[in-house]
Design a protein around this ligand. Structure first.
Ligand SMILES: [Zn+2]
Ligand SMILES: [Zn+2]
Length: 122
């Protein structure tokens, strides 16, 4: 069994509900907006640059008011990823298909591995 690179057969985007992906191996993944936004892999969201995330233009005088999260647009980034533009002004996140597949929230993918877990016993 060689691991196959994640390859989507079909991607359905709902700007208010999330993204659904049918993979070529028959697997189906469904990601909610919040789930994807919280897992944005860009440097400012993951803190890779070491500083505090900049607020800049995204901050508003009405801090209490947060509009419901929505996707503004989704664009293909090469043949291996998609970039998502959010309605909060954030648009630097590039979600590779490998990454999306690895964060698939379905019970099958989130279940603890049965095989090769724990020390082997003879
Ligand atoms: Zn980000
Ligand atoms: Zn899954």
């Amino acid at each position: 069994m060689t691991p196959q690179p994640a390859d989507p057969e079909h991607i359905a985007v709902s700007r208010t509900r999330g993204i659904m992906i049918d993979w070529k191996d028959g697997h189906h993944s469904q990601y909610s907006l919040r789930y994807l936004r919280d897992r944005c892999p860009c440097a400012s969201c993951t803190g890779a640059h070491g500083g505090t995330p900049e607020k800049g233009a995204a901050s508003s005088p009405f801090e209490m008011y947060k509009p419901a999260l929505k996707i503004e647009s989704v664009e293909a980034a090469g043949s291996y990823a998609i970039s998502i533009a959010w309605n909060d002004g954030h648009r630097t996140g590039i979600y590779t298909y490998d990454y999306l597949r690895s964060i698939c929230p379905c019970p099958e993918c989130t279940a603890p591995e049965q095989e090769n877990s724990g020390p082997r016993q003879e």
